[in-house]
Ligand binder design. Structure first.
Ligand code: DGL
Length: 260
């Protein structure tokens, strides 16, 4: 039986989910969080769906059954597409949220929307994404852009180098003549390189990510379950990582503090 004082577990293939964690801490400052990055097995976005599903289910099961997490956030688009539906059937009573590309706000932000969706190859090939795209493709031009290799820049702490800039320019430039109205960051690592993306698409293109919506949804679910803390406790964040490299924890703490 979950206790109100138990922590919330936030999971990602690496450090990307810290962009979502930041919003969660802002919205729920009295909660304790455990952040787990699976950097040892990253990237997830170029693995098979089955492999991503196995890794995600294994970790979430451990959080719920052994680490007494009262709620779960799968703060990874890739892991969400591969495993969240199954996890919901395994743990119907646990407040559990995933993330998905924020296409809806990007489509409703303007008339005649033309939206570039940057995400991992797994996210873009999964049925979950095709269903989401189908909801809006009669109202918008949607351009899915798989970005294998991009999360690695963030994992290595390279947030503004020349190689990153060349990578992004090569990916995004072919779409600049589409007069984009929005860019959706469909991978939780990408908000950490938002400034570099902004420099390429220019100031008039709006950039969307799902962090705030996910944090709000998690808060709602925790509250509905009667598990939201309101006792004046000063919430703590504990960073864990499957990699033994101590730099991973240092980088996690840095990214947590860094302004996006
Ligand atoms: N952060 C992850 C996402 O939101 C994926 C990165 C990866 O492991 O490829 O999709």
């Amino acid at each position: 039986m979950a206790q109100i004082t138990d922590p919330i577990a936030v999971f990602d293939s690496g450090m990307g989910g810290i962009s979502v964690l930041k919003e969660m801490v802002r919205l729920m400052p009295e909660e304790d969080f455990i952040y787990f990055g699976d950097s040892l097995h990253a990237p997830y976005g170029t693995k098979t769906t089955e492999e991503v599903r196995r890794l995600t289910i294994e970790r979430i099961t451990d959080f719920i059954e052994n680490k007494h997490a009262k709620a779960i956030a799968v703060a990874c688009n890739t892991a969400t597409s591969a495993a969240v539906a199954i996890l919901r059937t395994m743990y119907p009573d646990v407040p559990l949220v995933g993330v998905e590309p924020a296409i809806k706000p990007a489509v409703f932000a303007c008339d005649n929307p033309r939206v570039l969706v940057m995400a991992t190859p797994v996210t873009l090939k999964e049925e979950k994404f095709h269903n989401l795209e189908a909801l809006y493709d009669d109202q918008a031009e949607i351009y899915p852009l798989p970005c294998p290799g991009l999360m690695e820049f963030v994992e290595q702490g390279d947030l503004d180098g020349d190689d990153l800039d060349s990578y992004l320019r090569e990916k995004i430039t072919p779409y600049l003549d589409k007069n984009l109205t929005g860019v959706v960051l469909g991978c939780t690592h990408y908000p950490f390189v938002k400034k570099e993306i902004r420099a390429i698409v220019g100031p008039s293109v709006e950039i969307f990510d799902g962090s705030f919506g996910t944090a709000r949804e998690l808060r709602r679910r925790i509250e509905t379950a009667g598990l939201l803390r309101a006792d004046g406790h000063k919430g703590q964040v504990t960073f864990l990582n499957s990699s033994e490299d101590p730099d991973k924890i240092r980088l996690s703490e840095y990214l947590f503090k860094r302004k996006i």
